[in-house]
Design a protein around this ligand. Structure first.
Ligand SMILES: *Cc1c(COP(=O)(O)O)cnc(C)c1O
Length: 401
């Protein structure tokens, strides 16, 4: 049996919606993007949503919106995908990496200890679709208000550290009875090909800023800055008699095209109504199998105040060394099952090593990583394939440990 890790979910609706865009005479940013933005707001209760060409761009634009740059610090977890750090570095700011907890997510006490007068934002990452401890993070941010040093209009208006969620994994997850997307000041989703909802490449910025911010105005500002700081998008300009435009900011060119938004437009309702429940069923299947194995550490899934979006099934093998984990992966792969590791903590990667980050400073992140194996989780998996996966995993583990 050959089981891929994460094929995209492409059904008839997707094909029809993409075709509709292609034959409409308009293929870049226009009505499909608007529709996807409305759907994200509708399904997550976000106040405003702007679609862009990736989550990385979304993080970058959000940091730039808050005038973060040279000399500023942004707190991020060591356990994440590199984009979280790269967005910070691209605006010229310094990523301050902190350790994580056993649930894979950023440690709130480590955030508290890392905050300085230079801290302008925290980027919690909902690893595997499991929401971070947002109430505790906001409490820390509020408690450190007195040392916050604003140096721009927006920083003065918010008057504290920005909570910018990297929710690349967590569309559909819930925190405190609310959907991820309306919890943080700004939440960024990824629609990359391997994510729960995809547009091949793409991302969404959900804006939920507190008063006195006007989220509609901030949306217009971000939209303009996602398209070269131009006052009219190409769609508006294409209408008869509306050719004149102005460039009012040094914006980026990171808008999402309609032909890609069409994929997301077709996926959103199916995701929330069918695919997400199916992902939860697979989580349950894995849980019922692995909970009887003394060597298995199960990923978090549901608690009193959180429900995962089940993006990754991050299994850990109790007491496995990195070498044993690698050997287990080789055996699973030999059976035709594609698995993965999420994530190599950033201090293990060359760029961050060169910048002076040392994995010894992140013992929990390393410990989570060294025994982690992400299993396939998507609705196309049949009962037989799921059984084959768990059998392959357990025989690989039991013949190694
Ligand atoms: C996928 C991912 C991103 C980047 O998403 P893109 O849309 O590919 O830019 C950022 N952060 C995390 C945690 C991710 O997994």
């Amino acid at each position: 049996m050959q089981i891929p890790f994460s094929p995209p979910f492409i059904d008839e609706n997707v094909l029809e919606e993409v075709k509709d865009s292609l034959v409409s005479g308009w293929i870049t940013t226009g009505p499909k993007v608007k529709k996807l933005e409305d759907l994200v707001c509708q399904y997550t209760s976000a106040q405003k949503t702007l679609c862009v060409n990736s989550a990385t761009s979304g993080l970058l634009l959000s940091l730039a919106w808050y005038d973060i740059g040279q000399g500023d610090e942004v707190i991020i977890p060591a356990y994440t995908y590199a984009a979280t750090a790269l967005a910070v570095m691209h605006v010229g700011a310094t990523p301050v990496m902190v350790d994580t907890e056993a649930d894979f997510n950023i440690s709130v006490s480590a955030i508290e200890n890392a905050i300085t007068e230079r801290t302008k934002a925290v980027i919690p990452v909902d690893i595997a679709g499991w929401p971070c401890d947002y109430d505790a993070i906001m409490k820390v941010i509020e408690a450190k208000k007195s040392i916050f040093k604003p140096n721009s209009k927006n920083q003065e208006k918010l008057g504290r550290i920005l909570c910018l969620s990297d929710s690349a994994h967590s569309i559909g997850a819930e925190y405190d009875g609310k959907k991820i997307g309306c919890i943080s000041d700004i939440t960024v989703f990824s629609f990359h090909a391997v994510k729960n909802v995809t547009t091949a490449e793409g991302g969404a910025i959900c804006i939920n800023l507190p008063l006195p911010f006007n989220n509609e105005e901030e949306y217009q500002f971000l939209r303009c800055n996602a398209l070269n700081g131009q006052t009219k998008d190409a769609f508006t300009k294409s209408k008869a008699g509306s050719w004149r435009y102005d460039i009012i900011y040094q914006g980026y060119k990171i808008n999402m095209p309609d032909v890609l938004a069409a994929i997301g437009v077709a996926q959103m309702p199916t995701y929330f109504e069918e695919v997400l429940p199916q992902r939860k069923d697979i989580y349950e299947f894995y849980r019922s199998f692995f909970q009887n194995k003394s060597w298995a550490i199960l990923p978090p899934y549901v608690s009193e105040d959180k429900i995962s979006s089940c993006h990754l099934y991050a299994l850990r093998i109790k007491d496995a060394t990195e070498a044993q984990r690698d050997e287990i992966i080789e055996k699973i792969s030999a059976k035709g099952v594609a698995v993965n590791v999420h994530f190599q903590p950033l201090p293990l990667l060359s760029l961050f090593k060169q910048k002076g980050f040392d994995i010894a400073d992140y013992p929990v992140a390393y410990n989570n990583y060294k025994s982690e194996i992400s299993l396939p989780i998507y609705p196309q998996l049949s009962k037989e394939e799921l059984q084959y996966i768990v059998d392959s995993v357990s025989s690989a583990v039991e013949s190694t440990l």
